[in-house]
Design a protein around this ligand. Structure first.
Ligand SMILES: Nc1ncnc2c1ncn2[C@@H]1O[C@H](COP(=O)(O)OP(=O)(O)O)[C@@H](O)[C@H]1O
Ligand SMILES: Nc1ccn([C@@H]2O[C@H](COP(=O)(O)OP(=O)(O)O)[C@@H](O)[C@H]2O)c(=O)n1
Length: 208
């Protein structure tokens, strides 16, 4: 079984994807990390973010098993990831890796921006997780402060809005709900409530 979870930055899709994977005995892939890993390699080597051939070459050697969110969570890496995510050739290469991961039995939960629309349009269940921009910025700010990173709510909010706008308006695989996605707005839900709502959606979809 494949569960596709998409949504804007800091909506809680990764938290839900991890918990759903544990609950249903599936593997989990945070596809945002694949874009972040390529962006981090470009930044670390002082390479231009617009060089598609280099980005594709880095993607070809990507090892999904060694991507570490604690290393890749840096704010500037997220920003750079969203800039390189407009490159069609890079997306093609990463989508190939993501699909291969998804189709290994017994299946997987993938979270990102284009899972339900492009990577796994055949997923058994699709969720599009949203929350008000202010709620998402609050969550991301609290997360950064808890990790010992400096964070200012107003600039986190501005950055999230800019990144969402870029992700939603790019011509290749823009962030958008699949036509058959279930929308889950978690603005007024804590993590537990959002998880229960997601389990209910998945269970209902699998019963039909
Ligand atoms: N429903 C929720 N209520 C409050 N905080 C949440 C909720 N869902 C996730 N979080 C917290 O918000 C932050 C971002 O969540 P995350 O799952 O990483 O989002 P995404 O994968 O969409 O970027 C994390 O610190 C997480 O613990
Ligand atoms: N399936 C995906 C996943 C991420 N991305 C890009 O990668 C960036 C970082 O994704 P992420 O999921 O790690 O970001 P957060 O929501 O965790 O902040 C996004 O802003 C997108 O530009 C994408 O284009 N497609």
């Amino acid at each position: 079984m494949i569960i596709a979870i998409d949504g804007p930055a800091a909506s809680g899709k990764g938290t839900l994807a991890r918990r759903l994977a544990a609950h249903f005995g599936l593997r989990h892939l945070d596809t945002g990390l694949t874009y972040r890993a390529v962006a981090a390699a470009l930044l670390a080597n002082g390479l231009p973010l617009g060089d598609e051939a280099v980005a594709v070459e880095i993607a070809r050697h990507l090892d999904l098993g060694v991507m570490d969110r604690s290393v890749l969570s840096a704010h500037e890496i997220g920003e750079a990831a969203s800039r390189i995510a407009v490159l069609p050739g890079l997306r093609e290469e990463l989508v190939r890796l993501q699909r291969a991961f998804a189709h290994i039995p017994p299946g997987a939960v993938l979270d990102g921006r284009d899972i339900g629309t492009v990577v796994c349009p055949d997923a058994a269940v699709k969720l599009f997780v949203t929350a008000a921009a202010e709620a998402r910025a609050r969550r991301r700010t609290d997360e950064m402060l808890a990790n010992g990173t400096e964070a200012d709510f107003a600039s986190v909010l501005e950055d999230l809005r800019r990144r969402d706008e870029r992700d939603a308006s790019r011509s290749v695989a823009p962030m958008k709900p699949a036509a058959d996605a279930h929308l889950l707005d978690t603005t007024e839900m804590d993590i537990e409530a959002a998880f229960q709502a997601a389990v209910d959606i998945v269970s209902a979809a699998c019963d039909t």
